[in-house]
Design a protein around this ligand. Structure first.
Ligand code: UDP
Ligand code: MG
Length: 309
């Protein structure tokens, strides 16, 4: 049995070796379970010495490999490339910054090899160490997306996961460009075991996610896994038609009873600006789906490889 660890890295030069050392600490339990190890770093267009660090490791230990992108394609692309390139029978996905503790790997391995699960996922039960505003919006996002989408997206779920080959093949068969892994993992089904742990802060370096990057990622998730916003647009259309009908009746009745005093342009302005706002908003929703469809139809590759060893 071969276990492939897939590690997306973007400017992580100071974490590459730390990560490798942490993983090697688990080696005795891999040996006991009779699994061979392979570490595949996916270099997502880093501008620092990430690739050099991996090359040094590769020279020392031929079980370390690298796939390097021609530019930064994003973590989702790195995950996809890693799953595609790794040859393991069992595959695990972890971050380079040691926020996903490799010490859980033996337990995950046991769940897959002995308990018969196809995937073992992790979720953090706390968000300690995270800016409160980020936690607040994250919570809102999970509530919203779970109301709108039939695919369950677990709050606090991390991308840290161990999977069997058939689970990975199922994931690779979803070849969309707008990849929202949290949704894709859940969409493919199979039996998943959940493990929980306290949030661990990043060992070295800085997070690669700004607030706006996360916001865009949230929109991506909603659009990728729900068409509820489109129904919302239709709903608003119907609502405003009904309102207009009530208004028409009201105006006709008023005209017949009281004549037609020429007043009411302020209310007209309010109504027109409100309705045109709603219209543009709904048009924007349609536009979002159109944009995503446009990107999918172009069928561009998800990533481009620069070097590989
Ligand atoms: N990452 C990546 N490409 C990117 C951004 C991040 O491969 O464009 C990697 C990064 O190197 C790390 C993992 O994804 O191994 C998680 O990123 P980070 O720790 O910055 O996110 P956070 O843990 O703060 O959510
Ligand atoms: Mg991190």
């Amino acid at each position: 049995m071969l276990l492939s660890l897939i590690v997306p890295c973007y400017n992580e030069e100071e974490n590459i070796v730390d990560f490798y050392d942490e993983v090697l600490k688990q080696e005795p339990s891999f040996k006991k379970a009779q699994v061979e190890l392979e570490i595949l770093y996916v270099n997502d267009g880093s501008t620092d010495h990430t690739a050099d660090r991996v090359r040094e490791l590769h020279e020392r230990d031929p079980r370390v490999h690298l796939v390097g992108f021609s530019r930064n394609f994003g973590k989702e692309a790195a995950i996809y490339a890693g799953l595609q390139k790794a040859s393991g029978d069992i595959l695990a996905l972890l971050d380079c910054d040691l926020q996903d503790p490799p010490s859980l790997l033996p337990q995950m391995l046991q769940a897959i090899m002995e308990e018969g699960y196809d995937s073992v996922a992790t979720r953090r039960v706390s968000r300690k160490g995270e800016p409160p505003i980020r936690s607040f919006f994250a919570r809102r996002f999970y509530r919203l997306i779970n109301r709108m989408s039939r695919t369950e997206i677990v709050d606090g779920a991390r991308d840290y996961r161990m999977m069997t080959r058939r689970f990975v093949d199922a994931i690779l068969s979803l070849s969309e460009i707008n990849r929202f892994s949290k949704g894709i993992f859940s969409w493919v089904g199979f039996e998943t075991k959940w493990m929980e742990y306290e949030n661990i802060e990043r060992r070295k370096g800085e997070t690669k996610w700004s607030f706006w990057k996360l916001f865009a990622y949230a929109i991506e998730g909603i659009i990728g896994f729900s068409t509820a916003p489109l129904s919302f647009a239709s709903f608003m259309g119907v609502l405003f038609c009904l309102l207009a009908l009530v208004f028409i009746v009201f105006i006709i009745v008023r005209k017949l009873l009281f004549g037609d005093p020429t007043s009411g342009w302020p209310s007209l302005v309010c109504i027109i600006s409100l309705v045109s706002g709603v219209q543009l908003f709904c048009l924007g929703i349609v536009g979002q789906y159109l944009a995503k469809t446009y990107m999918e139809v172009k069928n561009r590759p998800i990533y481009i490889v620069k070097d590989e060893f």
